[in-house]
Design a protein around this ligand. Structure first.
Ligand code: NOJ
Length: 556
């Protein structure tokens, strides 16, 4: 591997920057309008150039695609839509050759209803796979066994007419929940993880980390307010206190076993820990023998204000010492720049916030297109694909806008994503200026500012300035969010207008506004004590003067 920064006594994943590839929309190698492994392999050079270290690939397994691959029908193969195992091996080999690590997405909470395990389980109450899923008799009134609902709205129970029993699904009826109380499920999963580890993967993103174990008595959740028609999926979910369906202590036992297995391969476990309070997040990470890190989702829901920015950055630092995954966009939530402000302001804020992530402990993750400052693509209702919007009928529940294809090059209807004239989702109104090629050709374009920041981070790590130093929050005024790590000082202007910083004993070494600074090759920095203006959404990195000049000397 060539890319990685090595910091003594730190595991590789402790300093890595990740990048999420939503495979259906990344790059189409065979012209059928759907992204695939061959397309990804061809485009890996872009990721190496960008300066990320770790690539998370969303599910590519055989699937009926009721939830676009998060309904898995075979955990140890590739759906022909995406290629085959040889294409997977070729992708891993190329990635490793470029110094990129590969993390695959595992979906242990549920399978597809077309998985042979579930087909067998549903075939008879006497099937030896019956207890691999969660079946219950109806309530006395004939209705569902309890009041649990799915993350996508509606009851979490579907009646199986043949047996007269209900089965549980925290997502779609086509995604029945596995029964993790059955040890045979855990054994089967150990084999699945080993299969991918032996093929050379470097880690796993774990879907629905909080969901695996359920209350053994299957008690109803306390209801906080009544459900009414027209509620979005989140409004429905938030109508209950989720005391019994998720966050059960036995889930940690599963991850203890996974951690032991992964340690033998130096592999990284990162959870999709979809809980918004830090105490809940620590549950899977403590006492440091569960998963290595868990995603922190607050930035995905952030409505921009200086107070809220400060809160989402500060909250997990002391509360989750094992470390979090930082992300601002994903294939499940609206893209960050559009959420954080209009036009250039939103883009600047997204880069400024990501710079703040990059200086804190944890693993920062870009979602494909974050490096281009993409906002959500426009998807007309007659092109909706997301099953959630069909279930709730609430347009804002559609996850299609953040899943439109990546624009690579100008000059064709699908802007280099595919040779087809259309894709599984439309391009969504992208222009030539959005494409990777046009941005890479323009030194002023957003992609260069994002790249400069990632390379600056690497440089600071390799100088030992951003390794184990504790985080100390500083107070520079209400619109400035800031912290020190050792001799570095990260400052974000979260307000609406430019602010002047006085830099008496510090010097600007990097700024997101123009990617200039001592850590950008060949760049200059303002004179000591001159102060500097920080634009709205801009982040700067300052370094205490003594250390900065000695670092400059060392480089000379
Ligand atoms: C989280 C995934 O990110 C999402 O896309 C999926 O619908 C659910 N888990 C269910 O697997």
């Amino acid at each position: 591997m060539t890319n990685h920064v090595s910091v003594p006594d730190r595991s590789w994943w402790e300093t890595a920057v990740g990048y999420e590839v939503y495979i259906r929309s990344f790059a189409d190698g065979n012209g059928d309008g759907v992204g695939d492994l061959a397309g990804l392999t061809d485009r890996l050079d872009h990721l190496a150039w960008l300066g990320v270290d770790l690539v998370w690939i969303t599910p590519f397994y055989p699937s009926p695609f009721a939830d676009f691959g998060y309904d898995v029908a075979d955990y140890t193969d590739i759906d022909p839509l995406f290629g085959d195992l040889d294409a997977f091996d070729a992708m891993v080999a190329k990635a490793h050759g470029l110094g990129l690590r590969i993390m695959v997405d595992v979906v242990p909470n549920h399978s597809s209803d077309q998985h042979p395990w579930f087909r067998d389980a549903a075939s008879s109450v006497d099937s030896d796979k019956r207890d691999w899923y969660i079946w219950r008799d109806p309530a006395p009134d004939g209705g569902p066994p309890n009041n649990w609902i799915t993350h996508f709205g509606g009851s979490a129970w579907t009646l199986d007419e043949a047996s007269g029993q209900y089965y549980l699904h925290l997502f779609l009826p086509e995604q029945p929940d596995l029964n993790w109380a059955n040890p045979a499920v855990g054994d089967a999963w150990e084999d699945i993880l080993r299969f991918w580890l032996d093929r050379g993967v470097d880690g796993f993103r774990i879907d629905v980390t909080q969901g695996l174990a359920k209350d053994p008595e299957m008690r109803s959740n306390p209801e906080l307010r009544s459900l009414v028609d027209g509620m979005s999926r989140n409004e429905q979910w938030d109508s209950f206190e989720h005391r019994y369906d998720i966050m059960q202590p036995e889930t940690l036992d599963v991850f203890r076993r996974w951690r032991k297995l992964c340690e033998g391969y130096d592999a990284f476990l990162l959870g999709e820990t979809y809980v918004l309070d830090t105490a809940a997040l620590t549950h899977f990470l403590e006492p440091n023998d569960g998963i290595h890190r868990g995603f922190w989702f607050a930035p995905m829901h952030l409505q921009w204000s200086p107070e809220d920015v400060r809160e989402v950055l500060e909250a997990p630092i002391d509360a989750v010492p094992a470390g979090i995954g930082w992300a601002m966009s994903s294939h499940d939530d609206p893209r960050a720049p559009g959420r954080y402000g209009d036009g250039e302001l939103g883009a600047n804020r997204a880069l400024g916030l990501f710079t703040m992530f990059a200086g804190l402990p944890g693993t920062p993750f870009l979602y494909q297109g974050d490096e281009l400052a993409l906002v959500d693509g426009v998807v007309p209702p007659d092109r909706y694909q997301d099953p959630v919007v069909f279930r709730t009928g609430v347009a804002t529940d559609s996850r299609d806008g953040c899943r439109t294809p990546i624009p690579w090059e100008p000059g064709s209807p699908m802007l280099g994503f595919s040779t087809a004239d259309d894709g599984w989702l439309p391009m969504g109104g992208r222009t030539d200026a959005d494409t990777v090629a046009v941005q890479r050709d323009d030194p002023e374009a957003f992609v260069h500012r994002m790249r400069a920041m990632l390379l600056a981070r690497r440089e600071l790590l390799s100088r030992g300035l951003l390794a184990t130093q504790p985080v100390e929050w500083t107070d520079l005024g209400s619109d400035l969010v800031s912290y020190r790590r050792g001799d570095l000082h990260f400052v974000l202007n979260a307000g609406e207008s430019a602010l002047e910083l006085s830099c008496d004993n510090e010097q600007v070494i990097f700024r997101t506004g123009d990617a200039e600074g001592l850590v950008a090759p060949g760049a200059t920095s303002p004179a000591v004590g001159a102060g500097c203006s920080v634009g709205p959404g801009e982040a700067v990195i300052l370094q205490s003067v003594m250390l900065q000049s000695s670092a400059a000397d060392t480089r000379a």
